[in-house]
Write a protein that binds this ligand. Structure first.
Ligand code: SIN
Length: 310
């Protein structure tokens, strides 16, 4: 029987599937549903120092091809998620979870990470450098100089495993430039990709979400080719010590297979999880295993990153 076990920085996960930040991760109650599913881990909603209500509703809409959202980082505060994760460490000693966090300015990012450094939390931090939805705030990782400065400072004091959540890049030169910066730092992983920022979906003559005159991050089918391209571009360019988490357009076992073929060590599910609920992890695992069995693969390592070219 094939296994979907995977590893990031010597930490083993029984299953390579988990939620994407933003979906089934706002409260302990939602996170418990992911814990009790077939997922191999979870990531929290992106936390800020203070709790946030986020943008006005409607701010998340499903469409036949995916979703559009402009949530604006609603969350229950860094303190809330950090305390919960530390509690879970005592209960599930053999499991490892991810804490997503960001700041509305660089000072807040460092304040948050210093709190995590000083805490008993021993899991992974996913530093979100790519939220497209806070009015007036840019997607940090599109600014390479700022990203470099943040990472330089972070790794001067932060000594626990940390990765970054990236926006999609669309230019080969940008893949090269971004990878050159990331390779300077002891990152545990990069997560490709956050939503494709600032899309517009129209029904009849109107936008479908309220914030930012309808502009919002796209997820689902719209973004799978871009996600796969980013996963593979960074897989080819980054030091092998930096794992890739693949996120974007995953709704079948075949999609998971393709992310791994492009180089992903772990695969996150957003829009499809929101539509189907945490039972999706069992279906995706079953479908992935069926593909592996048909192709004669027993482990993910046998095909991870081994995309064929013409
Ligand atoms: C949001 O809360 O606006 C979504 C988070 C993100 O896209 O990073």
């Amino acid at each position: 029987m094939p296994t979907t076990q995977t590893t990031i920085q010597h930490v083993s996960f029984e299953n390579c599937l988990m939620n994407a930040a933003g979906v089934y991760c706002y409260s302990k109650e939602e996170l418990e549903q992911v814990i009790n599913s077939s997922a191999g881990s979870f990531v929290t909603k992106t936390a800020t120092l203070e709790a946030r209500l986020g943008n006005p509703e409607p701010r998340y809409i499903n469409t036949s091809l995916g979703s559009i959202n402009s949530m604006g980082l609603p969350n229950l505060s860094l303190h809330y998620y950090l305390e919960y994760l530390i509690e879970l460490q005592e209960i599930y000693k053999e499991r490892t979870y991810f804490l997503s966090l960001t700041g509305l300015n660089q000072e807040d990012i460092h304040k948050s990470l210093k709190q995590v450094q000083e805490s008993e939390f021993n899991g992974f931090v996913e530093l979100n450098l790519s939220c497209p939805n806070v009015p007036g705030k840019p997607q940090i990782a599109y600014d390479f100089e700022t990203t470099d400065n943040i990472l330089k400072q972070v790794f001067s004091y932060y000594k626990k495993p940390l990765g970054i959540k990236l926006p999609p890049y669309f230019d080969i030169v940008h893949f090269d430039q971004a990878a050159e910066i990331f390779n300077r730092y002891p990152l545990a992983f990069v997560n490709c990709i956050n939503s494709i920022g600032n899309g517009l979906i129209i029904e009849d003559e109107s936008v479908v979400i309220k914030p930012k005159e309808g502009f919002g991050g796209l997820g689902g089918d719209y973004i799978k080719p871009t996600a796969l391209a980013n996963v593979h571009a960074f897989y080819k360019r980054l030091n092998k010590s930096i794992a890739i988490i693949g996120t974007g357009g995953v709704k079948t076992g075949r999609d998971v297979f393709e992310h791994i073929l492009c180089g992903a060590s772990m695969v996150q599910v957003g829009t499809a999880l929101q539509k189907e609920g945490p039972e999706i992890f069992e279906r995706l695992t079953r479908e992935l295993k069926a593909i592996m069995e048909e192709k004669g693969y027993k482990t993910l390592e046998e095909f991870r990153g081994k995309l064929n070219y013409l």
